[in-house]
Structures are given as C-alpha cells and as structure tokens.
Write a protein that binds this ligand. Sequence first.
Ligand code: GLC
Length: 551
Amino acid sequence: MSAPWWRQAVVYQVYPRSFADSDGDGLGDIRGILSRVDYLAELGVDAVWLSPFYPSALADGGYDVADYRDVDPRLGTLDDMDALIAALHAAGIRIVVDIVPNHTSDQHEWFQEALAAGRGSAARDRYIFREGTGEGGAEPPTDWVSMFGGSAWERVADGQWYLHSFAVEQPDLNWGDPDVRADFVRTLRFWSDRGVDGFRIDVAHMLTKDLTEPLPSRDELALIPVDGRHPLLDRDDVHDVYAEWRAVFDAYDPPRTAVAEAWVASDRVPLYARPESLGQSFNFDLLLADFDAAQYRRIVTDNLALAARSGSSSTWVLSNHDVVRHATRYGLPAPARGADGTPLRKHGTEWVLAGGPEHELDREGGERRARAASLLLLALPGSAYLYQGEELGLHEVADIPDEHRQDPTFFRSPGVDRGRDGCRVPLPWTASGPSFGFGEGGSHLPQPAWFARHAVSALAEDPASTLALYRRALALRRELQTGEQLEWIDAGRADVLRFRRPNGWEVVTNFGTEPYELDEVEVLLASTPSPVGVVPPETTVWLAPAPTLAG
Ligand code: GLC
C-alpha cells in the first residue's frame, strides 16, 4: 500500500484576497485562483491550502469568519468553490481549507443572537461572557491581554464582558457548549462532502479552556506550567474535540487530513500530530531560526524525532501569512528577529530591529540565502509548506503607508508592531499593468515598484530565476523522493550541512562564506550558479546518487 498523499506533499498556501483578482475590484477571489490552476500545476505542487475565503468583515484578514459554510460574496460563490475544487483535482492537486474554531466573527449570527438574547441565555453560553469587576462591573473580569495587544475582554451594551483572545471582532467560542461542537462537525462534513481533501486548523491549541472562578490574574497565568492543564493553552482535553473530528475525517475515502497550527512546546507537538488526533502539526522552528548550519541541523534532527514519536511526518515552513518573508529575514544581520512580525519594522528607509541598531536590508543576500534555505527544505523528509510569492523571491513590503494598513496587530499595538500586511501584498503576475497583472483594477494593499522585477511573466522566461529553481526542484523532488529517512554525512566543516536520502540523493548546504569543495559528483540542481566541484557560499546543491563501481 502506498503512503498517504500528505506525508511528503508540497502544499502551497494561497492567501485568497491577494492571489489573483478576476473581477477587478482589487480583492483576489476564487475565480482568480481558478484562472491560475495551470500556474500551480506547472509549479508542481501537490496541494493548495486556502486561507479563509468565508464571509468576513475582514477585521483579521478573513480569520474573523461570519459563516463557515459559505463564500464571501466579494470572493465568489459556492459554485465557484465547486469549480475550483474540480479544476484542482483535474490537475492532480489536492485542496486544504482553513478552519477557524477558536473564535467567530462578531458578525456571525450566533454572536448577534448572543448580544440580543442577554445575560444567562443559551445563546451567550456559546461564547465566553462574564461579569466585570470593580464598581458597577466597569472593569474587565481579568487583566488578560489579547494576542493582538490590549485587553482580552470587551464590554457589551448590557454591561457583560466577552473574551476575545485575538481582535475585539473575534469573540472566543465556548468549546464546552454542545452546539459549538456539533456545528463544527457539520462544517467539516460540509466541505468534505464538496470534495475538500483536508483542513488547516487555526490556533488548534486554544479551543478548550477552564474558566472556573476565581480566574487567575495575568501574572498568575504566566506562572502556571503549560503541561496540559493550563487554563487557556494547549489543554489535554482539546484532543477530545479532535478525536471526534478524526471519526468524521476517517468516514471519508480517502480519509480527510488535518494539520494543526499549534504554537506549543516541541514535546507537546506529537499530541496534535498523532493519527488519532489531527494527524499532522506545523513545525514552526524554521520561522524562528537564523540562517545557520548548527540551528538548522538541530531543528531537522529534533523534528524528525518528534514526527517519528507521533507516527506522523514532519512539516517544514519558512514563510506564511503571519511572518516576515524569509528572503527579508535572511537579508538582515543575524539574529534577524522579527519572524513573528513584532520587533522588526521599517522606519523611513531603514530597517529597525527593536531595541537595536538600524540596518539596511541586503536584498540580494537575503534572496540568495532564502533560495538556499528553500532548496534544503524541499529535500527534507515530510511535507513542505510554501507560501505564495516565495517562489518569486519576494521580499516583505516594509513601507506600506499607515493609512493602507489592514492588520489589527498594527492598530492595537498601536503602530509599533508594523503588522503582517507586508507579506500579504497581492502577487505580481506581469511586470507592468494596473496591479502587475493581479487584476484589471487596483490592489487592496499597495504594491511597490520593485514588484516588477519579481513578476511571474519575467521570471518564467529566466532559467536562473527563483521561479525556475522552484519548478525544477518540485519536479525533481517527485522523482527522487522515496522513503522518509535522512542520514547526516560529516561535511568536515561546521558551516556546511550534508545529508543523504534513501536512494542516495545527497544534499549539501553551505551556510558559510567560503566555497566548499566537492568530489566528482553530478550536481542535479543548485540554488546559485555553481562551478563544477564547488558549492559556493550560501548555496544548496542536490547531488545525483553516486554511481556504483562496476564489477
Ligand atoms: C492564526 C492565523 C492568523 C490569525 C490568528 C487568529 O494564527 O494564522 O493569521 O490572525 O490565527 O485567527
């Protein structure tokens, strides 16, 4: 029996509002994605993961969902989704959709009902409402801070407060409520029945909560170990929810898959990745790593061991819609923090690392190191998650004027955290035109002039481009990838990593600034032009299996 498709899949993340716009309203849409299925097929991805495309007031880029079983009318219709699913499948590409179960939008009919129904109602019990403290309950129930800054509680007209771990417009659901549990099962079936192959589960570690009074203060919370019994995070009982979902997934043929977005301690990741839970979990370690051989080696070794413990395969990610693009991270001096978008910001023309000196971005160096890192990642056992635009060598757009910013993290910090808009700017498809071919109209986030150099039309013709590199890498990976083992080879240098995959496919990454000499071997692919017998600085090469000696 062959291994399930997802174990070593290349999954390409589409941020629908910023991918392709079919109707010229400046927002990407489902028909736009449909018009680019050929591009995705030519790139060679195994699956596409769509960030939320559901009806939303866009308080958090669509992660504030008003209806889990519909399509935002600005993005299309359910018929368009059916057409997209069919077209992707016809091209041999699977589709994964984002499920956001920790919170709804405040526009969701349940929340509107809860507001209308008042205190003590069953409708309020689907969310987390509490009385305030202080005189007249005018102070929030606790001093907890939301992930996006500011209080985690918001007061409603009748004086009660509700919990929102993220934006004010994202009230947290109460996972102790049977309606909530039943409704998500319905949603998972709804999309599975329509042919969706899998689900990416947003903040999978936060659903269940123990809000028994008295609630701890923020300082007290910080002292409670996150060991499965923490009141808010990574609780063991969240897996009861996923066990129920697993039964839903396994009722389909082939079983539907899921991947957890769980920001938890490494030794807790296998709980989410177990086959009886979600089956796979993101490993975000590379988002936080410097371009550094020792860090990469440790991360790869540790995560392969963790994956083995859960029986799942590992996942590798260098960029996504929440972090500064890796070409930019690697274009700043190490330690180039800002992976989480927080301490890294643009001030005038300079990059600023919070609390540190100002740095100019090294554009070429960043792109070179990003290519080397991507080629390494694509050779690792497990699934590779790519984020739209990284195949174009895109940098973060750092200088979006404040009046165009959309991300709540920018508004709630306020303004200190530059937010995540810089990696969500619509893609350049052509080197000219109103929105670089994104659509006939404008673009909901302004595109900089330098996007022209990264346009698909320009890169597609250039064999040395990052796009050409990704296409060749994905095609070769299909041929070369067999088992899931990785064997380290001593490279003789601390700044060079070398490993072998099952059929003799070898990979060398030179993280250093001195060339690395190779024996006589055939180079299949290199992330920078490489002379025979040499791996240049900051370069990854893939080597053909060594010829066996005759006789
Ligand atoms: C996840 C998403 C992020 C979103 C947050 C709240 O971390 O990736 O974009 O803001 O959840 O839903």
